[in-house]
Design a protein around this ligand. Structure first.
Ligand code: GLU
Length: 307
């Protein structure tokens, strides 16, 4: 299989979708991006890279961070303890739906919706205090083998200012739900917002995807995540990773994936491949339009569907 050719073809295929979708506007700091920059990166089982387009462009990881917040929480508390605070079920509602939380008696449905990730951030904050964010950043740097990964402080400021839905949700979680009354929710919000503002490239996301797809091992065979935690992440990515599009994504693409409103999509694959895409214009559910289209294309070409 000529992976180089297929990656270049996938990139060329993506171009016709560049006019579709919109750049996220509820976080003002995310607006200043090149709408035409897009790309994809694939890593084969042997660790070779195949890349096309804007793969060095850096953008905020946004919701993709939730995968790593939950892995840290799994390492800290274990799955059974976490189940008491956050469910494991898909949602048919938007990722920041307060209604969804209220319908579920204030227990977040899964760790990849905002209410779930805020609760996970609370649990990490409870254990590590303000150092929780350092732990998340360190984890992502280690898994992506890139010490230069940093936090976009400008986007942090606008996320903190404009994150009204998250503020409503975290107060609701504290009023009745898993967040205890004795914490300052703004400290927890800071962990969450900073974790969302970690700045990565598509090449970084492909390396993160590689580790998840290889049961927690990186390209050098170093075990960085417990294989069971990698399996749990892949499962949640498949069932909950693309918001309320997850069921359609399973049919259309057939991979585990986590998207973020910064425009990135990190997949988890069978066959040990690392695969990630970027395109800043989003569909109505918050997924990159060109990213989804490129994934549909390459999944079919490489027969990647896990179903
Ligand atoms: N920081 C964003 C938020 O909390 C992340 C959402 C996303 O990427 O889906 O709304």
């Amino acid at each position: 299989m000529d992976l180089e050719k297929i990656v270049q073809e996938t990139y060329a295929y993506g171009e016709k979708y560049l006019d579709q979708g919109n750049i996220v506007d509820y976080i003002p700091g995310l607006k200043d991006v090149d709408p035409k920059a897009y790309g994809l990166a694939l890593i084969d089982e042997d660790g070779n890279f195949y890349e096309a387009g804007a793969i060095d462009t850096r953008y905020t990881i946004m919701s993709i961070t939730k995968v790593f917040l939950y892995i840290l929480a799994l390492e800290t508390y274990g799955l059974e303890e976490l189940r008491k605070y956050v469910g494991l079920k898909p949602s048919s509602k938007a990722f920041n739906s307060l209604l969804d939380l209220q319908l579920e008696d204030n227990i977040p449905v899964n760790p990849y919706v905002n209410a779930g990730a805020l609760t996970v951030s609370y649990l990490l904050y409870k254990k590590y205090g303000a150092k929780a964010i350092d732990k998340v950043l360190e984890k992502i740097r280690t898994l992506a083998e890139n010490e230069e990964i940093d936090i976009d402080e400008e986007v942090v400021i606008t996320s903190e200012h404009a994150g009204y839905a998250n503020k409503a949700m975290i107060f609701s979680l504290q009023n009745k739900g898993p967040i205890s009354k004795d914490v300052d929710v703004f400290d927890v919000l800071s962990v969450y917002n900073r974790a969302c503002c970690i700045r990565v490239s598509t090449r970084d996301l492909a390396k993160l995807s590689f580790v998840l797809s290889n049961d927690g091992k990186n390209r050098n065979g170093v075990q960085l995540i417990d294989p069971d935690h990698a399996r749990i992440s892949r499962t949640l990515m498949a069932t909950c990773g693309t918001y309320d599009y997850s069921g359609d994504f399973a049919v259309d693409v057939g991979l585990g994936a986590k998207s973020g409103v910064g425009g990135g999509i990190m997949t988890s694959t069978k066959a040990g491949l690392g695969l990630a895409t970027y395109g800043p214009k989003l569909d109505s559910r918050g997924n990159s339009v060109v990213g989804i289209e490129m994934l549909k294309y390459i999944s079919e070409k490489l027969n990647l569907s896990i179903y």
